[in-house]
Design a protein around this ligand. Structure first.
Ligand code: PHE
Length: 472
């Protein structure tokens, strides 16, 4: 990392961090998980976790970066230097943090390709094609047209690979031309438009017939729907959405100026990210319930946004235009996040293999292309590949689901445990609090200390054991 690289202002940091945090996680992943894991009870669990766990880890990672001015591997290495035995081995945590984005980026680009396809789908088809009552066939079966359209697309290897590559080319082009000027400026304009559009669609959804049941499903927690899996899924989502446990926030902390207020910057990122996810849920879940009942919500999967949103657009005049605008903005949110993943990978690869930035980009792109194509074929030629079939709970999980599960529910908790051990055992809670507090007031210092010292490790261990099928 060069000395003179860095954010020029606090706003620069907040925007870059929010641009990385707000992405497909908020608009694609959060709504389908919420629908699947019981609506309100998932939302409540998620909010509690963000305000405690997520907050503590987010701020800790930024502080680690700012203290060491290094990326994850370097930061862990520096802080653990000279420590013996167990504490010395905590440096492995840096590697775990660095591996996760290498696993996420390929399938993130697969979904990015789906979004790209839907930009065209909205522009090139009469939107009535996606009407909730329209019927089309998929694999000889008659089904809802919007669902069939989605299935036909993801199971067609040529199309899916084509749109995936298009997405990859675009983000690589941006990364190659440098991120600062373009992406940051775009972020400033497009993020507010995305939010306004989501709010407008939410308001429209309030007036759909039957939407009341959907709002109840989303906003009223039903304790009978609570299970271990609610927590496991919410925890994985939290890591994914806040971009934590993968080195990104450590790297961004390293770019931050010493005089900027860490506490308030992190608060803003947290608020922004959670706010967008909440609104996305408010937009999508009532519509699913209105169109298909609670059953449809509980059967939701990765296709939810792609199946339900076109139905919503087909149900009002001018929906075609709104639909195209919506997917363009989602595409943009996805691209900013994908670029931050690519940046982190390129940084790690070039530092650790001591190669140039250009070579590191090429290497990363090759990795993304190979894993991405295999992931896509998981819906067609390779649909028999279900790597986790030996665990009964995950039988039938496809390749994308498996990558998502391993990174979010297994590796990220391990990475987060390592970060916590680093904070409490190696850096020391007093020292990190001083770094974070600086000259400012810090109201949630107690929450931070309590989470770091008492809550995080036992909870993550339980989550981990449960996710791997060892308990629960
Ligand atoms: N947080 C991003 C999202 O919600 C995804 C992401 C993960 C981006 C990790 C960067 C790093 O979509």
């Amino acid at each position: 990392m060069h000395k003179n690289e860095g954010f020029s202002s606090k706003l620069g940091f907040v925007l870059a961090a929010a641009g990385s945090a707000v992405g497909l996680g908020n608009i694609w992943r959060f709504p389908y998980l919420t629908a699947k894991y019981g609506g309100g009870i998932f939302l409540l669990t998620y909010l509690i976790l963000v305000l405690t766990f997520g907050y503590a880890l987010l701020i800790a990672e930024n502080a680690i970066g700012r203290m060491t001015r290094k990326g994850p591997i370097g930061a862990f290495r520096e802080l653990c230097a000279g420590k013996k035995s167990f504490l010395g081995s905590v440096r492995v945590g840096g590697w775990i943090n660095a591996v996760v984005p290498l696993l996420i980026l390929p399938y993130y680009c697969v979904i990015g390709g789906w979004v790209t396809k839907y930009v065209f789908a909205m522009m090139c088809n009469p939107v009535a094609r996606f009407h909730k009552d329209a019927i089309e066939s998929y694999a000889g079966l008659k089904m809802n047209a919007s669902a069939a359209y989605f299935q036909n697309f993801i199971t067609d290897p040529w199309q899916a690979v084509g749109f995936f590559l298009l997405f990859v080319v675009v983000i690589v082009a941006v990364a190659a031309f440098g991120v600062e000027k373009g992406v940051e400026r775009f972020n400033k304009i497009l993020m507010p438009i995305l939010i306004l559009l989501i709010i407008a669609i939410c308001i429209y959804c309030m007036f759909l017939p039957n939407s009341g049941a959907g709002f109840r499903y989303y906003l009223m927690p039903d304790p009978s729907k609570f299970s271990y899996m609610t927590v496991v899924a919410a925890m994985g989502q939290l890591f994914f959405s806040l971009s934590i446990a993968m080195g990104i926030m450590i790297t961004y902390g390293a770019y931050m100026r010493n005089e900027d207020n860490l506490v308030s910057s992190v608060n803003q990122v947290e608020l922004f990210d959670t706010g967008v996810a909440f609104l996305a849920g408010l937009m999508i879940i009532p519509s699913v319930v209105a169109f298909g009942g609670e059953k449809a919500a509980e059967q939701a999967g990765v296709g939810l946004v792609f199946v339900t949103m076109p139905q919503v657009f087909a149900s009002f005049p001018g929906g075609q235009f709104v639909g195209a605008a919506f997917f363009i903005l989602v595409l943009f949110a996805a691209a900013t996040s994908a670029i931050s993943l690519l940046e982190t990978n390129v940084h790690t690869i070039s530092q650790e293999l001591k190669i140039s930035r250009a070579k590191a980009i090429v290497l990363n792109v090759c990795e993304v292309a190979v894993i991405g194509v295999v992931t896509i074929l998981g819906y067609s030629l390779l649909s028999f590949v279900q790597p986790l079939n030996f665990i009964s709970r995950y039988r039938g999980m496809d390749i994308l689901g498996t990558l998502d599960f391993i990174s979010n529910s297994v590796l990220m908790p391990i990475g987060a445990i390592m970060t916590t051990v680093l904070v409490v055992g190696v850096i020391g809670i007093e020292r990190i609090c001083r770094e974070i507090r600086g000259q400012n007031k810090w109201y949630r210092e107690f929450v931070f200390q309590f989470c770091m010292c008492v809550v995080v490790i036992p909870c993550l261990l339980i989550v981990l054991l449960n996710a791997t099928g060892l308990i629960g």
